[in-house]
Design a protein around this ligand. Structure first.
Ligand code: SF4
Length: 933
């Protein structure tokens, strides 16, 4: 691709399901800059810390650039021939269900479409599932049960138009930060807007909450069935909506049988808290309930979704501005994957695999020789089938199941034992790539072209602004080439992603006539130029994007209009090919109620076009035992994404939380004799991790939280999904990653250590270690068991024969060891070991990697681990954009800064992406309380 250096390229962020627009630019000197797209309707110019740091993650370090077979570089022809012939042979010998694709919400829609078409239409199996199974499959199942379709009814602007936002199992402040910022900005303008946070942890999202309900794990079904009963008893129902547009209400309300005391027992909440929440919900017509992984990742995830939807159907709060149940997805293209049928139990274009009419339609459209007759294996089942030999050839695309699947050690063992494993990835080494027989180099973000769909059903283009390096190729091209070599050339002869998108759009409209929600048929004739210029649009696409460009213009059917329009519902907005006018201010997105919404006037996608209430009976999910008395909860942190394959490259993002940790309530810490910053072993019947203890009252007593991001590439033993049981929701197949019986013990470390290194170390022979990028090198936290020879350990870390000056200090009696090595006047590395967690300033030590050390006194200061007298220890980084630490913020508070704005004016912290504003407010509040004591 020819790069126009003067031009900013309009693309989308590759991280979360908010789907923010990004403007990327490559300067003449090669410098890449990114900024938020002020015209994109998801973010209006905002980006969070991860999006702001995207330019730091684009380098070729660690990239897989050439195809490999058994670790040997080869050409595309040999690699593709081997993949095609092995898959063909396996199918011939063992049948189509002996092969599988495990794909990803990181794939673009066009990649996803081609993979799904090959597996379901031409191989004739539905054994294609996606890591989105781990993210939002319960929402899909809940939508389908209630609406007859996987429809997200609302738009982001509903979050700004609502008078009450209920956040359930959603740490929006860290996991969907731009939506959090949009709510925070709206709340500042309309202080009457209320926010309720329902989460076992007091996360940073509590910063904007008027009420935090620290619910017990899996208490959500009891909470929302109780709410339905409360709405019924207190005459807060929309009986006209129930009568006109729903069925099953009586059964649902009869199933809500717990009294207030029973709900309190099931949720761990006080009866007064329940009544306050219930009465607020009942009294507020404009209510949006936002939910994500805390709801979905549960063995009762689908019931939770339907319990929430029941309450919105019962009050008619759906499809109208400022209302609705709202599932927000974790991944950038989880929604696109749903649209093309990337889940094993779906067909393309939101059609159902169990429905013979749908199967026949898709088969006709594809002119496919076969079509999968039954649902394929969902993710957990798929890897179990790999383990027991039913699946003999597996192709993993753009994902890292050795780290992210539940029972991850068993998944790794299954992959290792599988006769044939292909991995398409951008990196040469991940915990999954290391086990592949064939490695296929895929194009990365910034190099690939296609489209993604965000959580509000908005389709946006991801565009290339960099040349594709080495021999990397787009995923759709790789899949199509394998298909051709399997003898299926005609159906996979795509010239470009535009051609795939046009086919995908045509299928959405094929024999549709309003019977299916997903319809972007207006784009079925899209040509390359129009596709290139495509502006973000929300589906369904109600009319031709441009009648002059030769697309297949279609009017919306009456049935579709019924689903979209109606009392209080917004009229469909024609998609725009020209960009909307730039917004004047980040805090002022236009609130015109123009978002396309479904179901204000019924028109559901069930046979009778009515929504179904689901009768749900709360059930207990007690998994703890005397041996495993705690509940393990897993999740994300602010500045890392999934398995850190991208964010782990950014030194800025790696400073916010540089180690894996376990949040433990002070009462549990006391009970288990764990001190803050101890190393702890968290274990379940499936495995164990070693992580740093973070003792905090934000955690609910009786539970422990461990983040999901760390892998063997960044830590010794912190793959938390190795601890997660392969228990799934019976309907959605989504694993229960937030309620696992666990125990926590202090790890008997004889030494704690900290090191900085200019080069990434090779073998790190420590019991506990965690490695993170920093400016000019790497920082390493570590712990050693008793009996280790510290100088020998230092030699193994830095290399015994390295050139340069080495200074070391060993206080055997006091138990301190310090070591520094210099290469010329530069610091090659320094190591500090002590019997207690090392107190050396991390920010100071990191800065020494960039400093000149010609001066002898400076070298001695490094060995001593002491900064000069005037050097301030910044403390843990809070603001990633400006590198501002907690100690600096605390010092500014002591100096008179009593608001986030004042901190911003003094230190700049919180003035760019805004992702740290909640933490700044927490520090200000903590200082205020300290001063008051
Ligand atoms: S909220 Fe952040 S991570 Fe999510 S899409 Fe926007 S910039 Fe990317």
């Amino acid at each position: 691709m020819k790069i126009d250096e003067a031009r900013e390229v309009r693309t989308t962020c590759p991280y979360c399901g908010v789907g923010c627009g990004v403007l990327a630019k490559v300067a003449a000197d090669g410098e890449i800059t990114v900024r938020g797209d002020p015209d994109h309707p998801a973010n209006f110019g905002r980006l969070c810390s991860k999006g702001s740091a995207l330019a730091e993650t684009i380098d070729l370090d660690g990239r897989l650039l050439y195809p490999e077979i058994h670790g040997r570089r080869t050409g595309w022809d040999e690699a593709l021939d081997l993949v095609a012939s092995t898959f063909s042979q396996t199918i011939a010998e063992h049948g189509p269900d002996a092969v599988a694709f495990y794909v990803s919400g990181q794939l673009l829609t066009e990649d996803y479409y081609v993979a799904n078409k090959l597996m379901k239409g031409f191989i004739g199996s539905a054994n294609i599932d996606t890591n989105s199974r781990l993210c939002m499959a319960s929402s899909v199942a809940g939508h389908r049960r209630a609406f007859g379709s996987d429809t997200v009814p609302g738009s982001y602007e509903d979050l700004e138009l609502a008078d009450l936002i209920v956040l359930v199992g959603s740490n929006l402040g860290w996991c969907h930060p731009v939506l959090y910022q949009r709510i925070a900005a709206a709340r500042e303008k309309r202080p009457e807007m209320k926010v309720v946070l329902i989460d076992p942890r007091r996360t940073m999202t509590a910063d904007i909450a008027d009420m935090h309900l620290a619910i017990a794990a899996d208490g959500d079904v009891a909470l929302f069935t109780g709410l339905l009963a409360y709405l019924g008893k207190n005459d807060a129902l929309d009986r006209a909506y129930i009568a006109a547009h729903t069925t099953g209400f009586e059964g649902a309300i009869a199933a809500s049988s717990l009294d207030l005391a029973g709900i309190a027992a099931a949720t761990g909440l006080g009866e007064d808290e329940l009544v306050r929440f219930y009465s607020l919900f009942a009294a507020t017509a404009k209510t949006v309930t936002v939910y994500s992984q805390g709801v979905n990742q549960s063995s009762s995830g689908t019931d939770k979704v339907n319990a929430i939807i029941n309450c919105h159907l019962a009050t008619g709060r759906i499809g109208k501005p400022g209302t609705g149940p709202f599932s927000v997805t974790g991944q950038p293209n989880a929604m696109g994957g749903r649209e093309v049928g990337g889940l094993a139990n779906m067909l393309a274009a939101h059609m159902e695999i169990e429905n013979p009419e749908h199967r026949g339609r898709v088969q006709r459209f594809w002119s496919a020789p076969a079509i999968a007759e039954k649902p394929g294996l969902k993710a957990v089942e798929m890897f179990q089938a790999v383990a027991d030999g039913r699946i003999r050839a597996l192709w993993i695309m753009a994902t890292n199941p050795v780290d992210s699947m539940p029972d991850a050690d068993a998944v790794e063992a299954a992959i290792k034992a599988c006769p044939f494993v292909v991995v398409s990835d951008v990196l040469a080494m991940t915990d999954t790539v290391r086990h592949a027989h064939v490695r296929l180099p895929a194009a990365a973000w910034g190099e690939k072209d296609g489209s993604v769909t965000n959580s509000e059903r908005r389709i946006s283009r991801q565009r290339a602004f960099l040349p594709v390096p080495g021999e990397a190729r787009a995923d759709w091209w790789i899949i199509a080439e394998v298909a051709k070599r399997m003898g299926i050339a005609e159906a996979f002869s795509y010239a470009s992603p535009a051609a795939i998108f046009a086919e995908h759009a045509a299928l959405s409209a094929f024999e549709n006539d309003g019977a299916r929600d997903f319809d972007i048929g207006a784009y079925s004739g899209v040509d390359a130029k129009t596709y290139e210029e495509l502006a973000p649009f929300q589906w369904p696409a109600p009319a031709s994007p441009s009648s002059s460009r030769g697309g297949s213009a279609r009017a919306l059917s009456e049935a579709k209009q019924a689903a979209l329009g109606g009392v209080g519902g917004a009229s469909p907005t024609p998609p725009r090919l020209s960009r909307p006018a730039a917004q004047s201010s980040l805090a002022d997105p236009p609130l015109k109620g123009e978002g396309i919404r479904f179901f204000a006037n019924g028109g559901y996608y069930t046979p009778d076009r009515k929504a179904r209430f689901i009768a749900i009976h709360p059930t207990a999910h007690i998994r703890t035992s005397p041996d495993y008395p705690l509940i393990l909860n897993t999740g994300r942190i602010r500045d890392h994404w999934h398995t850190m394959t991208r964010t782990g490259k950014s030194q800025r993002l790696s400073q916010h939380m540089a180690e894996p940790f376990a949040e433990i309530h002070p009462l549990d810490a006391q009970h288990f004799a764990i001190g803050d910053a101890n190393i702890v072993r968290v274990s379940t019947v499936h495995g164990e991790v070693l992580v740093r203890a973070l003792v905090t009252a934000r955690q609910r007593p009786g539970s422990v939280f461990v983040p999901m991001h760390w892998t063997d590439q960044f830590s010794a033993r912190a793959r938390v999904d190795a601890l997660v049981a392969p228990i799934t929701d019976a309907i959605s197949g989504q694993p229960a990653s937030k309620n696992i019986a666990a125990r926590v013990e202090r790890f008997a470390a004889a030494a704690f250590g900290f090191a900085v290194l200019a080069e990434r170390p090779g073998l790190i022979d420590a019991d506990y270690w965690s490695l993170a990028r920093c400016a000019a090198g790497w920082r390493l936290e570590l712990a050693l068991e008793a009996g280790r020879d510290w100088p020998v350990f230092a030699a193994s870390l830095f290399g015994a024969d390295a050139q340069g000056e080495t200074l070391a200090y060993h206080d055997v009696a006091g138990g301190h060891y310090r070591f520094a090595r210099f290469a010329g006047s530069r610091l090659a590395g320094a190591l500090y070991l002590a019997p207690k967690p090392v107190a050396v300033s991390r920010s100071w030590a990191v800065e020494q990697l960039s400093a000149d050390h010609a001066d002898r006194r400076g070298r001695l200061a490094i060995v001593a681990g002491r900064p000069g007298g005037n050097t301030v220890d910044r403390g843990a980084v809070v603001c990633s954009c400006f590198g501002v630490g907690a100690n600096q913020i605390a010092e500014a508070v002591r100096g008179g800064c009593t608001s986030v704005e004042a901190i911003g004016a003094t230190l700049h912290a919180g003035t760019n992406c805004g992702s740290c504003r909640a933490e700044i407010r927490t520090i200000i509040e903590a200082r205020r309380l300290q001063a008051a004591e």
